[in-house]
Write a protein that binds this ligand. Structure first.
Ligand code: F6P
Length: 324
């Protein structure tokens, strides 16, 4: 077993609240285990250009409460090519990295796996995306904060929707997944919620529920559309035309990615990151850290990349039942 002296840490892909807590925990627990820890700027772009620096215990002071990532991040297209991976491997040798921790999503973990194939150093992935759409883990860093941001926004939208008896159509992020949409539909009591995982019919899934709610005495309505569904403006126009209800559309966009991370995101990020350095300390690697039930575990990277997860049908039924 090769003793690890120096590890690199990077954040890659879309940023997520809690990434800073993960960086902090990699640096502090890494130093605790006797590693030198190098922070790599802007994801794989920084690896390719050698934009990295040694971090110390104080480099990560006062960052846990901040959204975003102090290391910055990028979606690096060059690293999707064999040539790019080989250049990255060469730079990892220049900086004498013996291990790498990648905080990001599936695409970032694939890059880490490819790098490890070329250079043979152990890599560990830490799942971080507001979308919660990584198959191997129940939870991804950033999801809880994003849901709370959406909840706060919809709470405010509902105040004005009530005053004007309106229907509020709200588009939330999630790429091809509906986890943010479904959780916030329950948290905000949405009258309808449309997910990319399920085909939908505007009459049965939106118009009928809205009219039913109106006939049962409701005065305002929230319709959540996950961005992966597409056509949010068209859906809102149809609602207005068919029902005659005054309808507004809010696309929440990137505000969902910012903000101070919640307790859950800070704790999960800290647990994931400490597990990552523990794995490296014990001579392991080439894995993704995951939460399964109450446990934080390491799953072999190839296996992790093949895993998928499904939207919870019980939550869909719960959301519909409680919106009556
Ligand atoms: O994966 C996180 C996410 O915020 C998605 O929900 C969204 O589709 C995407 O990133 C937006 O990416 P970008 O910031 O590159 O526009």
């Amino acid at each position: 077993m090769k003793t690890i002296k120096r590890i690199g840490v990077l954040t890659s892909g879309g940023d997520a609240p809690g990434m800073n807590a993960a960086i902090r925990a990699v640096v502090r627990s890494g130093i605790y285990h006797g590693f030198e820890v190098f922070g790599i700027k802007k994801g794989y772009e920084g690896l390719l250009s050698g934009d990295m620096y040694e971090m110390n215990l104080r480099s990560v002071s006062d960052i846990m409460s901040r959204g975003g990532t102090i290391l910055q991040t990028a979606r690096c297209k060059d690293f999707n090519t064999q040539e790019g991976v080989e250049r990255g491997a060469r730079m990892a040798e220049v900086f004498k990295l013996d291990g790498l921790v990648v905080i990001g999503g599936d695409g970032s973990f694939r890059g880490a796996r490819d790098l490890s194939r070329v250079i043979g150093i152990p890599v560990v992935g830490i799942p971080a995306t507001i979308d919660n759409d990584i198959g191997c883990t129940d939870y991804t860093i950033g999801f809880d904060t994003a849901c709370n941001t959406v909840k706060d926004a919809i709470d405010k939208i509902k105040d004005t929707a009530y005053s004007h008896e309106r229907c509020s159509v709200v588009e939330v992020m999630g790429r091809g997944a509906g986890y943010i949409a479904l959780h916030c539909a329950i948290a905000d009591g949405a009258e309808a919620c449309i997910l990319p995982e399920k085909s939908f019919d505007i009459n049965t899934d939106i118009i009928q529920p809205l009219i039913g709610c109106r006939n049962r005495g409701k005065h305002h309505y929230v319709v959540i559309i996950a961005e992966g569904v597409g056509g949010t403006m068209d859906i809102a126009n149809e609602i207005k035309q068919i029902t005659g209800i005054s309808t507004t559309t809010t696309i929440l966009g990137h505000l969902q990615r910012g903000g101070s991370p919640t307790v859950k995101d800070r704790v999960m990020a800290s647990l994931f990151a400490c597990k990552a350095t523990e794995v490296l300390k014990n001579g392991g690697g080439n894995c993704v850290i995951a939460s399964k039930g109450d446990e934080v575990i390491a799953i072999e990277i190839e296996e992790a990349l093949k895993m998928t997860k499904k939207i919870d049908e019980h939550m869909i039924i719960t959301s519909k039942m409680l919106s009556l």
